[in-house]
Design a protein around this ligand. Structure first.
Ligand code: NAD
Length: 261
């Protein structure tokens, strides 16, 4: 809904990935001034459409729309983003849930470098948003990590970072986390996507950087995700994973094991 330029890029990338995976997508573009009832009616139709197994409402929504009400209107089984309160609640109590794509991708990256055994590791999640930080912490807890959550009111972020074997930054502040804060050998997942102002003489937007100072951190960390190219592509891959799993559940087929968190 609307014409947010960043959303346009994300939607295009998601559509390309769906096409590459031979998944059919239905694109509903609504003008920014559309009222909430029209949007809810569309979601209601898609909830009942047997050709549709996954629904995603691209955020942010225009100001007149109550985002929570819209997310709550999506049938939890078709909630490809995992933002419905039912799925958030299931994740929080450790039951099978549709998990938000970004933290699911982060967990897959962590398992890729650390193997299945995350138990007992000290994990720090910086940021407590419902789409990244909170579900990330729940997933790490479910994987038996000792989890600390930091946020804008955390008193000494550098000190919290020094103890982390696993550090996930989902803040939205360019290069906030410095190399000297990172425990040597730690695995660093940088979710942040921050556009710097254009450099002198540049046309268009500036450089895209994460929440971690990559040049400093890579010299200390055991492994680190780059920005762009790390968490972003995993997020899109996990959208496909969630959609495939939803289609399997709705059609009575077994969900592939690697689609589970
Ligand atoms: P948000 O604004 O909803 O949440 C940011 C969180 O950071 C808040 O919980 C806040 O308390 C915390 N915070 C703010 N300043 C802080 C500080 N100085 N110290 C510690 N914590 C601080 O953001 P979000 O939606 O969770 O996104 C976070 C970042 O991740 C953004 O840069 C966003 O663009 C990016 N993101 C990337 C992907 C991807 O696919 N790669 C997906 C989602 C979000």
């Amino acid at each position: 809904m609307g014409d947010d330029p960043a959303s346009a890029v994300y939607v295009r990338n998601k559509e390309r990935a769906l096409e590459a995976a031979a998944m059919r997508s239905f694109d509903h573009r609504l003008p920014a001034a559309t009222d909430q009832a029209t949007l809810l009616a569309l979601i209601g139709r898609l909830n009942h459409d047997p050709a549709v197994h996954g629904i995603l409402v691209q955020l942010p929504l225009p100001r007149q729309i109550d985002t929570a009400a819209v997310l709550a209107a999506i049938a939890p089984d078709k909630d490809a983003d995992g933002f419905h309160v039912t799925n958030a609640g299931l994740l929080a109590v450790g039951r099978p849930a549709v998990v938000p794509c970004t933290p699911l991708g982060c967990l897959m990256l962590l398992r890729h470098v650390l193997g299945p055994g995350l138990a007992g590791r000290q994990a720090l999640v910086i940021g407590r948003s419902t789409i990244v930080g909170r579900p990330m912490a729940q997933l790490l807890l479910a994987a038996d990590c000792t989890v600390t959550m930091a946020h804008s009111r955390t008193r000494d972020l550098a000190e919290a970072c020094r103890h982390a074997d696993i550090l996930v930054a989902a803040v939205g502040r360019p290069e906030l986390i410095r190399g000297a804060w990172i425990k040597p050998g730690a695995v660093v997942i940088d979710v942040g996507m921050n556009r710097l102002p254009p450099a002198c003489g540049d046309s268009g937007g500036g450089r895209l950087v994460g929440d971690v100072n990559f040049a400093e951190a890579r010299a200390v960390a055991g492994a680190i995700t780059p920005v762009p190219g790390g968490v972003g592509p995993m997020t899109i891959a996990c959208l496909l994973v969630n959609t495939l799993a939803a289609a399997c559940r709705q059609t009575g087929q077994p969900v592939p094991a690697d689609a589970m968190p």
